[in-house]
Design a protein around this ligand. Sequence first.
Ligand SMILES: [Zn+2]
Ligand SMILES: [Zn+2]
Length: 328
Amino acid sequence: MHLAESLKSHRVEAADVSRVCDGEVRVSPVKFVWFFGMLTGACAGLGTFSLGAFVLFVVTTAVVLLLGHSLGSHRKLIHNSYSCPKWLEYFLVYCGVQVGLDGPLGLMRQHELRDYAQRLPVCHDYLRHGSSFWKDAWWQLVCSLHLYNPPKIRIERRVAEDPFYVALQETWMAQQLPWAVLFYVWGGWGFVFWGVCARVVAGVGGHWLIGYFAHNRGEMSYEVRDAAVQGRNIRWTSLLTMGECWHNNHHAFPGSARLGLRAGEWDPGWWVLQLLRRWHLAWSLRLPSDLPHRTELVLLRDVDDPPDEIASTSAAFAPLKGALPRAV
Ligand SMILES: [Zn+2]
Ligand SMILES: [Zn+2]
């Protein structure tokens, strides 16, 4: 199988395309009970609405998506796109587990399989969000893909053998319990329904929804040649997704700590990283210019000058203008 250079050092190792294409989608009893259980709790929350419970929902959802999913699970654990003290990494990844998608190792495996499969010329509809809207919802929320001959996914020892991450993987669902007890003592069942159930439904449901649109509709600045599916930028969701919606940029530069690359591409995760850098809590933040050149990457439209407030990083954009081939 011909592989792009960037795939040769991937965590996934597949001898041929069939290893990541041939399989069947089956209902996962664990995902089914987890999602519909939380959905039931969220519906019960409608009958116990209070301003306090709603504020708890908004604040906890924002914290777990921004610090947890975006900065902890995705930009740090999976892509290692910046450095930070170990205690901070643990805290951020712990917050990521609170989203309710999976444990850190499970999340990493899912992400890597998807990332690898999407860069090949053919890709299973499950891994590329290629089915109809409702079928994709059913698949992603309560089903799993069972590959007949799954590829090897190598997770580095720094993560795979870390006792904290192993413990989080084994207990990721139970990690909601201490918060449920705390919220119950604090504000009764209303706080549990809104602070846990509705938050998990918003996190898991939102993760699917943005995944669907980010592979089907939206703007493109770059094309990854010969890839089965392209990432899309969904501009209006930049604040809701903490910057994760710049998925076309992410497909182009997966190892970049910054996802919103141009003026107007709001990226709350990057804003927080800059704050952490100012406080000496994050360093070695990787930008597109720090990543190896990819021959399969094509620039589809001009890269605007970055805004003044990030001028300190503007050098990172200079190579993008000249180095990438242009689409005709
Ligand atoms: Zn993608
Ligand atoms: Zn990623």
